[in-house]
Design a protein around this ligand. Structure first.
Ligand code: CA
Ligand code: CA
Ligand code: CA
Ligand code: CA
Length: 397
């Protein structure tokens, strides 16, 4: 299937402009059907398509892979990070890229966006972005995350964890708020002193979610060490203020060793609303309790009212999900894959042994109380594609 993608390169190159402009001219209204829950891939060498796995609600996925002008090649450029969202609020999943370099030392000055046009199809744009946002996205430590920070239902992009120079953390959080077209952004860069420093500490990973349920997405950090060997005992949270450009920061203790689990080898945080109460939560997968011994559970920190404290569950997860999550290349992707209002966790990119990619896609469907029901259905090519070098996977809508 890789060869098919490669063979299509010439077709994409010849037809790029007409396809792109034609698709952009279509202005359909949002479908009333429930939004698809998809996992998209990008970044594979030579790819000219965007592979998409659309959930069928039962743990199986329908896989498509369609040509998209330019975006797949941008995704292969150095530093490019794939981001999910619905940037124009039409109910169709979109993709964006930040952090790339045009050539060594020359950051992009734009944000490539692939707007969803239908099941598994996209229309590519690449509009300039101002105020150094594209440069910030390439600075040391910078990580791009997406969420609707101003609550207008269009996905926005924020950056955390960057250093303005060696040893000097940013003191601000750059935010790119999506404009109505979903392809251009309004950039701000307001101060957020302590939080910006926390985000640069060893091990810190940022996730987004609406932790206080006010309709604006917020940013949380887990996995950090306050000093070598000393895991955080808290979860720093930056709650988005009205307007989505400034944040109110808290840093309150988190119970039941969640802060320690988040620092254990292999642990990866993923955010979603795992109990369907309207507030974002944080789950951890992929960790080892000791060398060679994968977790047999999924720790979940459920946001309490207010969004600054969490209640932690750490219940056993069945069917080897904990082990799968530790296998080479496995990455958790959150989405509501069965449309029950609770976020679930899928694993992509794993290999059962070196050079043997999974032929299935494990999904842990949240039961809402910290436990999960696991499915692991065949998904042949998608498993192979997602395990290829440099491929990034994101879940959206
Ligand atoms: Ca969209
Ligand atoms: Ca927004
Ligand atoms: Ca919020
Ligand atoms: Ca929740």
């Amino acid at each position: 299937m890789t060869q098919l993608l490669l063979a299509a390169a010439f077709i994409a190159g010849c037809s790029a402009s007409p396809v792109e402009e034609g698709a952009q001219g279509v202005t359909t209204q949002a479908s009333q059907a429930p939004p698809a829950k998809i996992i998209a891939l990008s970044g594979g060498s030579g790819w000219t398509e965007i592979p998409v796995a659309t959930s069928n609600d039962d743990g199986s996925f329908t896989v498509t892979s369609n040509l998209v002008a330019n975006f797949p090649s941008y995704a292969q450029q150095q530093g490019a990070t794939l981001l999910p969202g619905d940037f124009n609020n039409d109910g169709k999943p979109d993709l964006a890229l930040t952090g790339g370099f045009t050539s060594p030392g020359v950051p992009w000055g734009s944000v490539p966006v692939a707007l969803g046009t239908g099941p598994g199809t996209f229309s590519q744009t690449n509009a300039p972005i101002l105020n150094n946002f594209a440069t910030y996205a390439t600075q040391s430590g910078a990580k791009a995350i997406t969420g609707d920070f101003n609550g207008d239902h269009r996905t926005d992009i924020a950056l955390t964890g960057g250093f303005s120079s060696p040893g000097v953390p940013w003191g601000s959080v750059p935010v790119a708020l999506a404009n109505a077209d979903g392809t251009t952004f309004t950039v701000t860069n307001a101060p957020i002193l302590d939080f910006a420093t926390y985000a640069t500490q060893s091990g810190a990973k940022a996730v987004t979610g609406d932790f206080n349920g006010d309709g604006r997405d917020d940013i949380a950090l887990t996995g950090g060490f306050s000093s070598p060997g000393v895991p955080w005992g808290s979860v720093p949270v930056a709650l988005a203020n009205p307007g989505g450009t400034t944040f109110t920061v808290s840093n309150l203790p988190v119970p039941n060793n969640f802060g320690t689990y988040a620092t254990q080898s292999g642990a990866k945080p993923v955010s979603g609303d795992f109990n369907g109460d309207g507030r974002g939560d944080i789950a951890l997968t992929g960790g080892f309790q000791s060398p060679g011994v994968p977790w047999g559970s999924v720790p979940v920190a459920f946001a309490n009212a207010g969004g600054t404290t969490f209640s932690v569950q750490n219940d056993p997860v069945p069917d080897s999900f904990g082990t799968f999550a530790t296998q080479g290349g496995a990455k958790p992707v959150a989405g509501d894959f069965n449309h029950d209002g609770r976020s679930d966790i899928a694993l992509t990119g794993g290999s059962s042994s070196p050079g043997v990619p999974w032929g299935s896609l494990p999904v842990a469907f949240s039961n809402g109380n910290g436990t999960f029901t696991v499915k692991n259905k065949p998904i042949l090519n998608f498993g192979t594609w997602s395990a290829l070098p440099n491929v990034q996977a994101v879940g959206t809508l």
